[in-house]
Design a protein around this ligand. Sequence first.
Ligand code: FEO
Length: 169
Amino acid sequence: MISQKMADAINEQIKNEFYSGWLYLAMSFKAEEMSLKYFAEWFRLQESEEKMHANKMCNYLLDQGAEVKLSALDKPKFDGSSIDAMVTETVKHEKFITDCISNLVNVAKEENDNATFNFLQWYVEEQVEEVASVTELDDLVKLAGPGQLLLLEERLKEVISLRNSETTA
Ligand code: FEO
């Protein structure tokens, strides 16, 4: 059984993870509006990853005999005026999530909760990967500029197909 303080902190992060999915879903619709089909699909993949992150935490709370408390999600807030702005916002958001995970790890340390500390290491590693991959995409979008977005669409098509083959392997 984990402490109430630890359970509350994880429940708060569950909300953040679901909100991340909510945000990326909204961005996916914006990308569709811009006819950027593979950017839209990439945001959809991000959305499903966020749901997985949230559900993994829900299952952990249940395994620990703690209550899962879902809360209302805020309306997604972002600048949807260009794909450039949305990808940059994604980097900013993932850095925020990295800080949240880091705070959770600190709570686990304060609570002498080794099981939760170990559980959270998966998220620590996942955030390194997430920030690196979205930063790379952000750099490419900026390098390409608006005139070369179709080339990036082709690249994303390959990335998506690779990710899909990894999940079905
Ligand atoms: Fe679940 Fe993208 O952090």
